[in-house]
Design a protein around this ligand. Structure first.
Ligand code: BGC
Length: 761
């Protein structure tokens, strides 16, 4: 018996030492990334290589037209190396188990659209951008990454950095608005937040910059439509945010659905190889958007899917999302010499490199930890951060006679489809967010006013009465089936009893986002009827807006005394809005997209060019509309506060600068009101004469300042002359001497102004 025990212990020791030898051996091998990956590639069959270039959705949910059957068999046979739309530690573990049954046991990479939070949902990106706060942007990405990685995910399809200047395009909701400088700052912050300082840290995930490129400029604002743009506009306006994200170390890039000047992005070698890799030095991998290789047959730049696959691989696309084109056709393309095996190997290398960086070869189950999911997801701290971000994202558009903030007394009626609504609050692309956990306005106001004010409610109208739209958005279950008249009468009765009326109106979440372009960007007509009817009662009205894009609000601006833009603020919507409504928080957001007066002005953006016939109302032949002003209703950078800020003493350190100088601007800002508050200060430049015409104003710097009531502070901006460079007609990045105007102010219109000269050399 004693001997037997000895033998067992001895054998265990041998086993242990063999295991630790194998482990050590594996670790030593793993330490040399390049050798490890190259050795792995040398063992792979062509099918296994194409498997690594293949990304399929799981059966959890889909965002596009094609479902892939048998993806689980594909994983086991090494024909699928990457999965999206699968999360939770248990489910990803189950799928990873399948990959561990494949011949080479290469771990799966799990991707997902974690766009504005994973389970704790933050404001939609357009809303969050109105905070002009890169630390908040980074923080929300960091929390999203921590929650997503704890839920089994490795990779998010974010940030979306497409500059967008046409609010008809529904996807403006997913980006940071119309400006390249602000967009670039937010892009950098997002990448930093998702990826942290090292991808080895299991709280970090790979980011994916999308949609490369120019997806935000479809003709007429119709999603997926053609993009036709000058190179100058690309390089001066649309490309900088992608570049900023890549310079910040973004691990992956997603190709866009659109064509660019005749060649779809997914087959665009100039874009994917010459610009992205050669000029910008991008080292990560490029994934297509959903079936965008297949869709090139519809674009008409190729005759069939075989040609589409060849064109995509040869352009520099590494991974095929959902379309199975690489898997189906590239083996024969190699045999026919239409693609080089070396190019496939290079693409495989880049994907294995990402898996290596995430630590998946050391432990494929690193992100499948149930206990971490429980500790990390929807914690009090995460919810607080979401609420803080929601508060910072709101934009006060109008506040006549300081109607806001409301007093917690009297009779307050809350009317509209967004008062008790939870479904829409988390917005679209709300990932794994559960809308039933979102907090609505009604509950928040009830607890805030308990025992102090009387509150009452009527829905007044459905979000829309358009039956076709209701069908398209799958919102039948949220529709109150009573007649429009009954709903309206109920609202009139409730409003008639009230001292003040808060109306929560807007778009449902599905009216913006992907495939949700609108030609009329007003509040839906049935809600407008409700608003006009209640307005006719002659009582004070506060209008709260929920929406994913700039809306046309001319009537509202003319008739309603207080308007607060609340976007879709996420899980903590209700408490955040309630805090601003009753003055527990002071709104400070500023618009990152111009709000047009009517849709005929679209596209409208502040950094426009002069024309040869500038607007002059007294002259017929000048650039204008006969029926509306040229200016937007609410300009870029605009937003009010419950306090007032006065700007004075704009000064520059010099009036003449040379090429290597730094322009130092200083301005004084004083909070002259009675409340503490944040002010977002913006610095713009106008280059008066350029070899190519220059925009009337370009944002160059911004800062967010906290000022106590009565407090005055000086704020300094440093602008390198390099930041005045632009791409000229020969596509050279140049700094041109001459006179510049420099403006500092509270929005693009309301500014102080000075000038400086830049001399050659
Ligand atoms: C969207 C992408 C998204 C992808 C995966 C596509 O339809 O354009 O933004 O990342 O689906 O869900």
């Amino acid at each position: 018996m004693k001997n037997l025990t000895k033998t067992i212990v001895f054998m265990m020791l041998i086993g242990l030492s063999q295991w630790s030898f194998a482990q050590k051996n594996k670790n030593t091998k793993l330490a040399n990334k390049e050798a490890f990956i190259q050795e792995l590639i040398s063992k792979m069959t062509v099918d296994e290589k194409l498997g690594q270039l293949t990304l399929y959705t799981s059966d959890m949910s889909v965002t596009g037209p094609v479902m892939r059957d048998n993806y689980k068999q594909d994983i086991m046979s090494g024909r699928c190396g990457n999965i999206f739309n699968a999360y939770t530690p248990a489910y990803t573990r189950k799928l990873q188990d399948l990959a561990m049954q494949s011949r080479l046991k290469i771990p799966l990479l799990f991707g997902y659209d974690v766009i504005h939070g994973h389970k704790t949902i933050f404001p939609i990106p357009l809303g969050e951008s109105c905070a002009w706060d890169t630390l908040l942007s980074e923080q929300s990405a960091k929390i999203a990454a921590a929650e997503a990685s704890a839920d089994g995910l490795h990779w998010t399809y974010s940030p979306m950095v497409d500059v967008a200047r046409d609010p008809r395009w529904g996807r403006v909701a997913e980006g940071s608005g119309e400006d390249p400088i602000l967009g670039s700052a937010i892009a950098r912050a997002k990448v930093k937040g998702y990826q942290g300082s090292s991808l080895k840290n299991k709280e970090s995930i790979l980011s994916c910059v999308k949609h490369f490129a120019l997806y935000g400029a479809p003709i007429a604002g119709r999603d997926y439509n053609t993009v036709d743009m000058s190179q100058q506009n690309m390089f001066n306006v649309y490309l900088p945010p992608y570049k900023a994200a890549i310079d910040a170390g973004a691990a992956s890039v997603m190709s866009s659905f659109n064509e660019i000047n005749g060649v779809p992005a997914t087959a665009n070698k100039w874009l994917m190889t010459d610009l992205l890799r050669k000029q910008w030095g991008f080292k990560g991998f490029v994934v297509t958007d959903y079936t965008s290789i297949n869709e090139m047959v519809n674009h008409g730049n190729v005759a069939n899917e075989y040609e589409a696959g060849v064109a995509a691989l040869n352009a520099g696309i590494d991974m095929d999302m959902q379309g199975a084109v690489y898997m189906t056709y590239l083996k024969s393309a190699v045999e026919k010499n239409d693609v080089k095996l070396a190019d496939i190997d290079a693409a495989v290398y880049r994907i294995l490199d990402a898996k290596w960086q995430l630590g998946l070869f050391e432990n494929p189950y690193l992100y499948c930890d149930e206990s971490r999911a429980k500790q990390t997801i929807m914690t009090t701290a995460n919810l607080e951060a979401a609420e803080q971000t929601a508060i910072a994202s709101m934009v006060l558009l109008k506040n006549e006679n300081n109607l806001l903030p409301l007093k917690t007394s009297g009779k307050i009626a809350l009317i509209g489809p967004f008062v008790k609504n939870k479904r829409d609050l988390i917005g679209n692309w709300s990932g794994a967010g559960n809308w039933t956990q979102a907090k609505n306005l009604w509950d928040a106001v009830q607890s805030r006013t308990a025992g102090k004010a009387t509150i009452s409610y009527a829905m007044g109208a459905n979000v829309t009465d358009d039956t076709l739209l209701i069908q398209k958005m799958h919102i039948q279950e949220f529709i109150d089936k009573r007649s429009a008249e009954t709903l309206l009468n109920e609202a009139i009765a409730v409003a008639s009893e009230a001292d003040i009326i808060v109306m929560a109106l807007g778009e449902s979440e599905g009216m913006s986002g992907e495939a949700a372009s609108r030609s009329d960007i007003g509040i839906p007509s049935n809600q407008m009827q409700l608003l006009k009817t209640i307005h006719a009662l002659g009582k004070p009205i506060v209008l709260l807006l929920s929406n994913g894009r700039p809306l046309t609000l001319s009537w509202e601006n003319d008739h309603i005394p207080a308007i607060l833009e609340t976007w879709f603020l996420g899980t903590q919507s209700g408490p955040a809005i309630c805090k601003v409504l009753f003055g527990d928080a002071n709104p400070s957001g500023k618009l990152t997209m111009s709000f047009p007066r009517n849709v005929g002005q679209v596209p409208i953006y502040y950094a426009a060019k002069h024309t040869g016939r500038p607007f002059d109302n007294s002259q017929k032949y000048t650039s204008k509309y006969l029926d509306i002003e040229n200016t937007p209703l609410y300009p870029f950078g605009y937003g009010l506060s419950y306090t007032q800020f006065i700007y004075s003493n704009l000064k520059l350190n010099k009036s003449q600068y040379k090429e290597k100088d730094t322009i130092e601007a200083c301005i004084e800002v004083q909070n002259t009101g009675e409340r503490d508050g944040y002010e977002i200060i913006q610095l713009y430049v106008q280059d008066l004469v350029g070899s190519s015409t220059r925009p009337v104003k370009e944002l160059k710097k911004f800062a967010k300042l906290h000022l106590k009531a009565g407090q005055r502070k000086q704020i300094y901006f440093k602008l390198a002359t390099d930041e005045l460079c632009f791409y000229n007609a020969n596509m050279e990045r140049v700094l041109e001497p001459g006179t510049f105007k420099l403006f500092v102010g509270k929005n693009v219109v309301d500014v102080m102004e000075t000038t400086f000269d830049l001399s050659a050399k």
